[in-house]
Design a protein around this ligand. Structure first.
Ligand SMILES: Nc1ncnc2c1ncn2[C@@H]1O[C@H](COP(=O)(O)OP(=O)(O)O)[C@@H](O)[C@H]1O
Ligand SMILES: [Mg+2]
Length: 372
């Protein structure tokens, strides 16, 4: 009987986890929920079977009802997963909202609840409730830990696969793209072009530029970075960055009046500034103000990049450094991830402050290594 309670306690927990995982998968399509479901389902089934085997005959019919409900639920939950995998999210949600599904859940959850109340009463009378409860808690913790590791691995694998694929793709696109770019420049430099044709060329040029940005984001993200520390300065880095970015006349960009000379990896720091300035330009929609300031405080270089764009709401701020998070139609969501990695490789950190309607400030803090 005691073993029966222990299994049934776990069962109640897993039943929740499974229902939640199936639901989350239907709503988000995030593979981690499908995986979580598939990991828990066989355990939960085994638990119920064990519980049935470990109880005396008088309670067994009671269990059979729950077991039947459980079999039905699992069937519907797997069906909902299949539907999501076939791209039929709406049908999956409808299935999990159906009367049949919610009804069977009530049978199973209600049955478990009743049963626990009943035998917890028995156990309490015998004064050994804690005996019965403790192992189940430990097992839950252990399973949660395993699931967390699995989720983490899945995330890493997914990122690795994305990395491999996009690096190859980006690399292959780059060459033909530069051919197109050169050709457009040749077309534009011809004499006697009418305004309309010129406009078309320029539109092509902007489109190519946009793809180039995206490819650079991807390559900067996946490229293994060999960091080479060299003597450099903030002005040197900014000058080279600003030469690479097209700054419209309607943007006022202020660079720090004071220069800071330090040791750092020039190539990767340039990537950071290109990303932050490009994001700021996109935020202010090519008209507004970008102010870069710098100081050295307590052996640390602090650089701020502020824009007077629309800012970010508090629900998106925690996500912006995550790979693939973007709010832009043609964004990659890789820029800030690259910035964070690079700054951390320099032993520093990057933070953001943003006020909706006022603007955004990114703050880079890196250890100050004086030049030799
Ligand atoms: N200066 C900024 N002002 C407002 N939002 C910003 C700014 N910089 C970044 N963001 C937000 O952070 C998201 C992620 O940025 P990033 O990683 O560079 O990817 P991407 O630029 O491709 O979208 C952007 O889509 C945007 O929502
Ligand atoms: Mg960006």
């Amino acid at each position: 009987m005691r073993l029966g309670l222990y299994h049934i306690q776990l069962m109640r927990y897993y039943e929740e986890v499974m229902a939640q995982a199936a639901r989350n998968y239907a709503f988000t399509g995030d593979k981690k929920w499908e995986m979580r479901y598939r990991a828990v389902e066989p355990i939960s089934d085994r638990l119920l079977k064990n519980a049935i085997a470990n109880t005396d005959e008088t309670i067994q019919p009671f269990f059979t009802v729950m077991d039947n409900a459980n079999v039905d639920l699992i069937k519907m939950e797997y069906q909902s997963i299949e539907l999501v995998n076939e791209g039929k999210k709406d049908q999956a949600i409808a299935l999990l909202d159906s009367k049949e599904y919610t009804g069977q859940r009530r049978v199973l959850a209600g049955g478990l609840e009743d049963f626990i109340t009943q035998i917890e009463g028995d156990a309490r009378q015998r004064g050994n409730l804690s005996d019965v409860m403790i192992p189940s808690v430990q097992q839950i913790i252990e399973l949660e830990r395993k699931l967390a590791v699995m989720e983490d691995n899945l995330k890493k694998e997914k990122l690795f696969a994305i990395g491999e694929l996009s690096a190859r793709l980006a690399h292959d696109i780059r060459n033909p793209l530069s051919v197109i770019n050169t050709s457009i420049n040749i077309l534009i430099s011809q004499k006697d072009i009418d305004a309309k044709t010129m406009e078309t060329y320029e539109r092509m040029q902007r489109a190519v530029e946009r793809i180039t940005y995206q490819i650079d984001d991807v390559l900067n993200f996946v490229k293994p970075r060999v960091s080479s520390l060299k003597n450099t300065s903030l002005h040197e880095i900014l000058a080279s960055v600003l030469a690479r970015i097209d700054i419209p006349k309607t943007v006022v960009i202020t660079i720090p009046p004071n220069n800071i000379e330090f040791v750092g990896d020039i190539i990767s720091l340039e990537i950071v500034f290109v990303n932050l300035i490009t994001n700021a330009l996109q935020a202010i929609n090519n008209s507004g103000e970008i102010v870069i300031s710098a100081s050295v405080v307590k052996e640390k270089i602090i650089i701020k990049i502020r824009d007077n764009g629309p800012g970010m709401s508090s629900d998106i701020i925690p996500k912006i450094f995550e790979p693939l998070f973007t709010t832009k139609q043609t964004g990659t969501g890789l820029g800030l991830t690259s910035c964070k990695t690079i700054i951390e490789q320099h032993g520093g950190h990057i933070d953001v402050e943003s006020v909706v309607g006022k603007g955004t400030t990114f703050t880079i803090t890196i250890p100050y290594r004086q030049i030799m």
